[in-house]
Design a protein around this ligand. Sequence first.
Ligand code: GLU
Length: 618
Amino acid sequence: MRRSVVVTAVGALVTAAALGPAAAADPPHGHQLRNEPVKTPVARGYGGGVATVDLDATRAGIEVLRRGGNAVDAAVAAAATLGVTEPFSAGLGGGGFFVYYDAKSGRVHSIDGRETAPASATDKLFVDPETGKPLSFQDARVSGLSVGVPGTPATWDRALDRWGTWSLRQALAPATKVASRGFVVDDTFRSQIQENADVFDDFTSTRKLYLPGGAPPAVGSVFRNRDLAHTYRMLSREGMKPLYDGELGAEIARTVQHPPVTADADRVVRPGAMTTDDLAAYDAPLRAPTKVDYRGMDVFGMGPPSSGGSTVGEALNIIEATNPDRQDKVGVLHTYLEAAALAFADRNRYVGDSEEVNVPLPQLLSQGFADERACEIRPDAVLKKPVAPGVPDGDYGGSAACGTKAAVAPADQHEGLSTTHLTASDRWGNVVSYTLTIEQTGGSGMVVPGRGFLLNNELTDFNFEPTQGEAPDPNLPGPGKRPRSSMSPTIVLEDGHPVLALGSPGGATIITTVLQTLVNRYELGMSLPDAVAAPRASSRNTALEAEPAFLASAEGKALVAEGHAFRSVPEIGAETALQFGERGAVEAVAEPTRRGGGSAMVVLPTGGRGHGHVPAPR
Ligand code: GLU
């Protein structure tokens, strides 16, 4: 993430004075570093909060709240700003999932803004017709084949239309300003371009925008994206019609069908088949969120085509079935890892786009199924991986069903490392948990010429070939189908009131990051900042990974001694979260260090004004 100002000590609070309108309006950011609010990962107070990976995006959201907008308005403003400052993770060319708690009705809603395959797609989308073999991931990614019809613009439109109080023009204004006035390039922004330089250099439009003069912009320089500012202005005037049914849509389809490859490109870039009809047919529908009862609370998440809600939910049910209160810390972490592996086996076997395949969602979320799965877990032994999927058929035989099934080793699945999550709340008690992405860092690598945004490669989230042995694979490509996601925007209610909202980037590790944070908070009793910062481990049935700090901890060592064979990885996830106390108290939390650290703010910070402390719920 971009880091344009000095990061203060963990836990430092942003003061109300530092958020003053004068500071927020002064362009460009590089010229006013001394007056800028600082980026801090924890803020407490009242009036609503915003947490994102990026200072500018959080500021945009907070400014909306301060001017009377609600959490939905703030979330869209922050997301649009991420499209400028975090363009390699999110933007107009991508998709995502928006989960919303509406204080007035007390209901949780979700919007499915997932990218969609063109009507012409088949299950052989990523099979090379010449060899009959699947394409390599990179050949598939850097092509028109991987680009799904973007869902992010429709998500913003639907969210504002349905629950917002601001117009699209108002919500896009802060991002438009950042795009046209510029922001200061930091290490992460530059290094994400550097990592992608060979790809970006092969497209005329991307080379022009992100490799000006043949190299990534220097750290400390001011980066402007005037094309994106123009695009946002056009959408502000005309709504999303030009994108789904107009000139911008025609340009997107042209880019996919005729990738703007440079004359000296050193790769073959396969064209895709997306048409303007595919764009016109796009919808970001409201879907019923997933819900499980966990420790007397209701945990809401995203249903298919995301596997986030069902996999986090199933794993929580499994953990609950193992009597975690009687386990020590190592025991709880062992249970967490095994529950995640079991739930991943089930998601791989059963979860895909439920418009296209039959997903047994109520069974996957049922306590009966979880009880049957939980009986596989042994306190004194590590399950042999990969574990087989269970049978969510409503007929649960308890321990008689344990250990009776043969495992199918699924093919290796690609794990992305891009994406971003933001959380926002307002003074009325509304809450947004929103994860958005363009899939890989840098997406397909193709900027729509003259428009200033990258197109996604989300369709590579489909399996390229069947992965489930004799059983059907729910996640093969198909016409108009949405690829399965791991994004897990989550909201937890207790007695009907929100207590926590969270989410993370990180491909399939998103699921385990959200799950581990819930375990840290509710099983191990950590504060929310500690739960977010704690070293992570991730079991996904095929992959078992841990951060170095986890491996170095006493619990990590004990788990290794038990037989958990972790692969060490530098970082897992980068969360943002909100926690709610009584009388409107809010604690906003962003990742303190991973991926450069995030930014948390509240409208009325506690401290110096006698507001007292946010009570730590539970
Ligand atoms: N495309 C991934 C998904 O939808 C997210 C990508 C990532 O986080 O790297 O699950």
